[in-house]
Structures are given as C-alpha cells and as structure tokens.
Ligand binder design. Structure first.
Ligand SMILES: *[C@@H]1O[C@H](CO)[C@@H](O)[C@H](O)[C@H]1NC(C)=O
Ligand SMILES: *[C@@H]1O[C@H](CO)[C@@H](O)[C@H](O)[C@H]1NC(C)=O
Ligand SMILES: *[C@@H]1O[C@H](CO)[C@@H](O)[C@H](O)[C@H]1NC(C)=O
Ligand SMILES: *[C@@H]1O[C@H](CO)[C@@H](O)[C@H](O)[C@H]1NC(C)=O
Ligand SMILES: *[C@@H]1O[C@H](CO)[C@@H](O)[C@H](O)[C@H]1NC(C)=O
Ligand SMILES: *[C@@H]1O[C@H](CO)[C@@H](O)[C@H](O)[C@H]1NC(C)=O
Ligand SMILES: *[C@@H]1O[C@H](CO)[C@@H](O)[C@H](O)[C@H]1NC(C)=O
Ligand SMILES: *[C@@H]1O[C@H](CO)[C@@H](O)[C@H](O)[C@H]1NC(C)=O
Length: 542
C-alpha cells in the first residue's frame, strides 16, 4: 500500500460527492472530496466548526475503491480505509465530483462531473500542475479484470463518426444510473460549474471560473452501439431545471426497466416535493409524472444533497419498493422511508441503527436484500463517522447496521400490511388510489412484470434469482433491483485515530470564493445555508 501514502494513517474523516456502481455484489466508488483530520494547524487547513483544535484538509479523492459484499462484513469490528482501494486515477484524468460511474461488461465507465478544485495529493506531494477541466467528449474506462493496484485507465474520445451527439458540457449534480437490461447509462440534468483555483507556488492550477448554469438534457450512453446521445426531456419539462435528486433503476418493469426520479431542487431554490416522482420507461422513451400518496399525508421531507435511494422487488414482482435515506434540508436528514410501487405510497419504516449524524452526499446500492450506503458525510465535519461509516440497511427487517450479512429480500410486514400479501409478495394492490389513468399507462408495465414472473414460476423455471446474485454488468438478477443513489456519493469516512498519526501537508493553493462557499452537494442559489459554510464557519446543527 505504499502507493497510497495519504491514506495509511487512517485520518480520513469523510468522503463525499462520490459516485458508485455495483458489479457482482461488489460496490465500486470513485471521485468526490476527501476530508482529512489533522491535529496541527498549517496554512491551508480549515478549522473545524465547534472545535477549534481540530483542522481539516480537503482534497480530491482519486481512488477507485471496491467493497466486496459476496461475504459477510463487519465494520463495527474491523475497518481499513486502504484495504478497498484498487486503483488510483492518474493525475492527467480530471479528478471530479458528482459525475457518473457505471459498469458494463466488467468495465468501469467514468464520465462527467466538475473538477474538484481541492488539491490533488499524489505520490506524497500536492501536484502543482495545471489541471484541465473535464472534457465532455471524453470518458475514462477501467477494466475490472486487471490486477488490484496495477490496473491502467483508458481515455476514450467520443466519436461523432459513430453517430454520437456533441456533448458541450461536463455536468455535475445531475442524476445518473445504468440499466443492465438496456445496457444503457443515463445522466439526467445537472449543472455546469467551473470553480477557480490558483496554485500559490506560482504555477498554474486551473483557469478562472465562470458563472454556473443548468443543463436541460439527458445524456444516454448506449453500450451496445457505443453511442452517446444528448436527449431533450421535453415530455417532462419540469425536469429541465432540477438538480441534486436521486434516480433509481428498477429492473423488471417494462421491457428494459424503468428509472424513478425523486427529490432535488429547482434552479430557483424551491425543493421538489416527494408527492410526485418521475418515471421513465426506458424501452418506450417516455417520462411519466406520477403522484404519490401518504396515508398520514406526511411525506418524506423535501431534500437534496445526495440522498440514498435503492430499489428492490418482491420475489413475485407484485410489488417494488424504493427505500430512501439521508440527504440535506435544514441539516442532514435522518429517518428511512419506503415508496411502494405500483401503489406509489410513501411509508415511514424502521431506522434504528442509522448514522447518529445523518448522512448526505452519499451513495447507495442494493445488494441482495440490503441497501448499502457507502460513504457520504454527517453534520459535524470534524467528527468523521465511527467504524468506517458504511451502513447496511436490511430491507426485510428494517434496521441499519455496521454488519452485512448476505440476505434475500422479503416484503416486510410494515409494507405488506399496506399492499396485501406477505413476505413472498402476492400484493393485492395493483395501482395508486384514485388514479384512473394509471392502468392505461404505467400500470400496464407493472401488471406485465407480475404476469411475467408468475408465468416463469408456473412453468417450473425459477424465473429469477432472489438475493445477492447479479450478472456481470451490474444488474442484480431477478428479485433484486439495482439501486443507485442519484448524485452524490460516498460514504462515511472512518475516524481511526492513531496516536502518532500525521495529516498530509498543507495544500499550496488558494481557492476562489466560489469553492469556499460551495457545499459538497448544493447548487449556488440555495436559500438555506450551505454545507461547507456551515461546517467551516461554525453554523449550528441539531
Ligand atoms: C476537540 O477535538 C480534540 C481532538 O480530537 C478532542 O481531544 C477534544 O475533546 C475536542 N473538544 C471538543 C470540545 O469536542
Ligand atoms: C445537450 O444539448 C443541449 C441543447 O443543445 C445543451 O444545452 C446541453 O448542454 C447538452 N448537454 C450536454 C451534456 O452537453
Ligand atoms: C508543490 O508546491 C509546494 C509549495 O511550494 C511544495 O512544497 C511541493 O513540494 C510542490 N509539489 C510538487 C509535486 O512539486
Ligand atoms: C499559465 O497560464 C498562463 C496564462 O493563462 C499561460 O500563458 C501559461 O502558458 C500557463 N502555463 C502553463 C505551464 O500552463
Ligand atoms: C416478459 O418477459 C419476457 C421474457 O423474459 C421479456 O422478453 C419481456 O420483455 C417481458 N415483458 C415485460 C412487459 O416485462
Ligand atoms: C431478520 O429477522 C429474522 C427474524 O427475526 C432473523 O432470523 C434474521 O436473522 C434477521 N436478519 C438479519 C440480517 O438480521
Ligand atoms: C462477474 O461475474 C461474471 C459471471 O460469473 C464473471 O464473468 C465476471 O468476470 C465477474 N466480474 C467481476 C468484475 O468480478
Ligand atoms: C487567481 O489569479 C488571477 C490572476 O492572477 C487573479 O485575478 C485571481 O484573483 C486569483 N484568484 C484567487 C482566488 O486567488
């Protein structure tokens, strides 16, 4: 591990704004911002809020990490911040946050995002070289069959000769996901930002920034054709001006699966209510605006800031459930909610064992019957998170834990009490209350999904596998639906304090005001206080 000198002390507090994907029960994460703890003041560090004897250093995260969940994991007992590193992104590849990552046929694809202007620390020093903005006409791939620690990254140019559209901006804060059924990746909306960064040693860092603006399109990568499209999203105009929500892939509904887009924030600072979600039928290329209900009329609080979301199917596909956690709105959110489909009702579910400080800028994936929240950050920047900061939500028993045990999903009683049936499915509710148009639209997809599953079972074939199996492209087969946290990313850093531990040296740059003001995960016009602000200047948190 000598290649990763910055990591060896275990001083990483948080890793936020990353992106993640899953292949064969292994979750891969990359990008974003790392927060390191240091006991000693050196120029360039920031004071932690409400503890002025703690100093924080932010750097870009350049590591591709792999969390293997084919076997039990106990982060309460053991966690190493370096053990899961499988590759370091070369300096020449822009170190970005809030772009997109997905895997297709054993290959990681990394595209989009905005340059993380925090310093790049590599090979034992801050790199004082000019850093290029991410080029939207390039993407980066990493073949997962390469040996850990010595794999190479490839830079690939998007070729218009093959029929790809011209991509003009590298967006961040959009929502991304990948459909294994379609072998397509999606990046919806987002914004374009270029923060300013000067090196203080006299060398160039990056050129001056520009005013950010919003991107009203969905980029679709077709892995079969190797073509990139820039699609307009005119059928759901209100999706043109939103950022920082979650988009979840739900396999098995429709011919190529559906995407469900939830939450986030409009350009004018208004939040999207959870009383509506947007459903994209991949095969038909149609967006549906879908109202949701809540029995108590209380909905999950509107939020943004990289909340966790992942989807799972009952084994007979009579119901599909999206679980959500965390994000940001008046502080990091706590509490877990389930959206059961096709009823489209929000149900508050158990949340015991959840992170004490809540979580935002995180990422989530579904493996078997577990929603896995990887990294992100909590409210107090100087505290980090104990025990590695990865949390496992048992979607059957409705509890969070540091421990992961491979499991199969059963519909929890809390949900089957609402939709009928039992742990194996057999839901009796086939659509939302009072929604006459549903049966003719989205309802058909859900009805067909259940009918397909029943047919497979009836013919004696298993039809689908339940639980943790998944195919090579990252879809989790059958009963499990690949889930993805929309935007932001990763996971609670651990705070293993080692007596003699030393932080990395001071960065040699000065950020522009924009970067200082910025939060990990929130667009500029946000009316409430922004995360980084809060953190550095000692805002109050509940
Ligand atoms: C501040 O952080 C230091 C170092 O972790 C710790 O020893 C001290 O107890 C903290 N003080 C407060 C008031 O939290
Ligand atoms: C897609 O095209 C639209 C309209 O031309 C443009 O505004 C947008 O920036 C493009 N998206 C990307 C990612 O380049
Ligand atoms: C970058 O600049 C700092 C401050 O001048 C210096 O300490 C450091 O060694 C430089 N890094 C490299 C890789 O040259
Ligand atoms: C640094 O920036 C200046 C002004 O933009 C430019 O002329 C010069 O070529 C840059 N130097 C390097 C090493 O990129
Ligand atoms: C039903 O299953 C078949 C075979 O797996 C698949 O080709 C078809 O797309 C499915 N139909 C729907 C509506 O899901
Ligand atoms: C979930 O609950 C069941 C029944 O109480 C128990 O057998 C099972 O071990 C629990 N699963 C986990 C992962 O704790
Ligand atoms: C995933 O599993 C498939 C099927 O067993 C295998 O071919 C592939 O190499 C695996 N991929 C990775 C990255 O482990
Ligand atoms: C970066 O350098 C430029 C050119 O010297 C200057 O105008 C700008 O104010 C500097 N920005 C910061 C944040 O120091």
């Amino acid at each position: 591990m000598a290649r990763y000198p910055l990591l060896v002390t275990g001083s990483l507090l948080w890793l936020s704004g990353l992106v993640a994907t899953v292949v064969n029960s292994t979750i891969y994460t990359i990008g974003g911002t790392a927060y390191y703890w240091t006991p000693k003041y050196t120029p360039g560090y920031q004071n932690a809020d409400n503890n002025y004897s703690v100093y924080i250093l932010k750097t870009s995260n350049s590591f591709l990490r792999a969390l293997d969940l084919s076997k039990p994991v106990d982060f309460g007992a053991e966690f190493s911040d370096t053990a899961d590193v499988i590759s370091e992104l070369p300096f020449e590849i822009p170190h970005v946050k809030l772009g997109a990552v997905w895997a297709d046929q054993n290959k990681i694809y990394y595209w989009g995002g905005e340059l993380e202007v925090e310093p790049v620390y590599m090979n034992g020093a801050f790199q004082n070289k000019t850093r290029e903005w991410p080029d939207p006409m390039k993407y980066y791939t990493y073949d997962l069959s390469q040996p850990k620690g010595s794999g190479e990254w490839q830079t690939v140019s998007i070729s218009m000769a093959r029929g790809s559209d011209v991509l003009t901006v590298s967006p961040s804060f959009g929502s991304y996901t990948y459909s294994a059924e379609a072998r397509k990746a999606f990046y919806l909306g987002g914004m374009f930002r270029r923060n300013e960064l000067n090196n203080t040693d006299g060398s160039n860092a990056t050129r001056a920034g520009i005013e950010p603006y919003y991107v009203g399109s969905m980029v679709v990568y077709d892995a079969v054709q190797n073509v990139w499209d820039n699609d307009t999203i005119a059928t759901a105009m209100e999706l043109n001006d939103v950022v920082d929500g979650a988009m979840v892939y739900v396999a098995g509904v429709g011919e190529k699966g559906i995407l469900v887009r939830i939450g986030g924030i409009y350009t004018n600072g208004d939040l999207l209510s959870f009383d509506t979600v947007y459903v994209y039928d991949i095969a038909a290329n149609i967006w549906h605006r879908q109202p949701t209900t809540s029995k108590t009329n209380i909905f999950p609080e509107s939020r943004w800031g990289g909340f966790c979301a992942g989807a799972i199917a009952a084994s007979d596909k009579t119901s599909f459930t999206i679980y959500i956690y965390g994000g940001y709105a008046h502080g990091q959110k706590k509490g877990t909610w389930a959206l059961t489909m096709p009823y489209f009702q929000w149900i508050p579910v158990g949340s015991s064992g959840e992170p004490e400080l809540g979580h935002s800028s995180t990422t989530c994936q579904v493996v078997g019957g577990t929603l896995v929240m990887v990294r992100g950050r909590g409210v107090w920047i100087h505290r980090g998170d104990t025990n590695g900061g990865s949390y496992f939500y048992d979607m059957t028993n409705l509890t969070w834990s540091f421990k992961y045990q491979p499991s199969e999903y059963q519909v929890p009683k809390t949900i089957s009490d609402v939709i009928g049936g039992n742990g194996q499915g057999h839901a009796t509710i086939t659509g939302p209350t009072d929604d006459k148009s549903f049966a003719e639209g989205l309802g058909r997809l859900f009805t067909a999904a259940a009918a397909n599953a029943t047919r497979s079972t009836g013919s004696g074939s298993t039809g689908y596998s339940k639980g943790g199996s998944s195919n090579s492209t990252g879809a989790i087969a059958g009963g499990v639906v690949g889930g993805v946290a929309g935007l932001a990313i990763i996971w609670a850093g651990i705070w293993v304090l080692m007596g003699t531990h030393k932080g990395p040296p001071a960065p040699n740059y000065q950020e522009g005001w924009l970067a200082r003001q910025e939060i990990d995960s929130v667009p500029i016009q946000i009316p409430v206080h922004e995360l980084d602000n809060t953190v550095v200047q000692g805002g109050t948190h509940q």
